[in-house]
Design a protein around this ligand. Structure first.
Ligand SMILES: CC(=O)[C@@H](O)[C@H](O)COP(=O)(O)O
Ligand SMILES: NCC(=O)COP(=O)(O)O
Length: 248
């Protein structure tokens, strides 16, 4: 297999914490899920500390930093509180995401183009403490170019519109947009990841896009794990995307 068809899986464990927070218990432990995910082949662990702390909590992030065997991809909004917290943790990767307290889930990509100075300052701060910064953006040429201009080494393309497509034609259009976004990102020398809403039935076409580095997948894996266990759920997803990438 060449590098062009190698793909990594980042497992997002936020929704293990959602179940815990629903009752204010100490279980299920998202760290246990993360360690199981790593054993089952996850290449990294993603967690999103939302401003409203609806799932992941500050103490989770500290424990993850101590215990993870792979690497942490820490998702945060671009606020002073979050940037200062990330600087204190120094995760291997920080992904800057848009955040709206009222949203059910992350609705779109970060508007890098509309706030270049602010994002550039955030990228500089986090890079200074050794984090590799990615920007969670829509597969839009202008946003990709702005991401390069602000100095981010990586982008993560939001796959939500593809995942939520209402019919095959819409899915094909959204997939083409992601494919073009990957090509555009690579042409600018960026590392290109993707994620959001990916599932066992829709991840393969994204994994098959040449040059894509990593898929971050959470909700679907946590949901499937309820029935098959966490390690099996992760191993199944990993096998699916690795095979799709190898087929190309
Ligand atoms: C940025 C992203 O896509 C994930 O972190 C996702 O947001 C996690 O799930 P929720 O949006 O449900 O918090
Ligand atoms: N950045 C996307 C992510 O981490 C996982 O999103 P989802 O699979 O929970 O929708």
């Amino acid at each position: 297999m060449t590098d062009a068809n190698r793909i990594l899986l980042g497992v997002n464990i936020d929704h293990v914490a959602t179940l815990r927070q629903a009752r204010g218990t100490r279980y299920p432990d998202p760290l246990k899920a993360a360690l199981d995910a790593e054993e089952a082949g996850a290449d990294g662990i993603t967690l999103h500390l939302r401003e409203d702390r609806r799932h992941i909590q500050d103490h989770d992030v500290r424990r993850f930093k101590e215990a993870l065997q792979t690497r942490m991809n820490f998702e945060i909004g671009v606020t002073e509180e979050m940037l200062a917290f990330a600087e204190s943790i120094r995760p291997e990767h920080v992904c800057l995401v848009p955040e709206n307290r009222a949203e059910l889930t992350t609705e779109g990509g970060l508007d890098v183009l509309g706030q270049e100075a602010r994002i550039r300052a955030a990228v500089e701060r986090l890079s200074r403490v050794g984090c590799e910064v990615s920007l969670f953006i829509d597969a839009d040429e202008q946003q990709i170019e702005a991401s390069r201009r602000v100095g981010a080494p990586a982008i993560e393309l939001h796959t939500g519109r593809y995942a939520e497509a209402h019919n095959p034609a819409e899915a094909a259009r959204e997939l083409a947009r992601i494919r073009d976004g990957v090509a555009c990102g690579l042409s600018h020398g960026l590392i290109v990841n993707a994620g959001h809403g990916l599932h066992y039935h829709n991840s393969e076409p994204v994994a098959a896009i040449a040059g894509i580095n990593e898929l971050n997948i959470g909700h679907a894996i946590v949901a499937h794990a309820l029935f098959v266990g966490f390690k099996t759920a992760v191993a199944e997803m990993k096998a699916l995307i690795v095979a799709a990438a190898a087929r190309g």
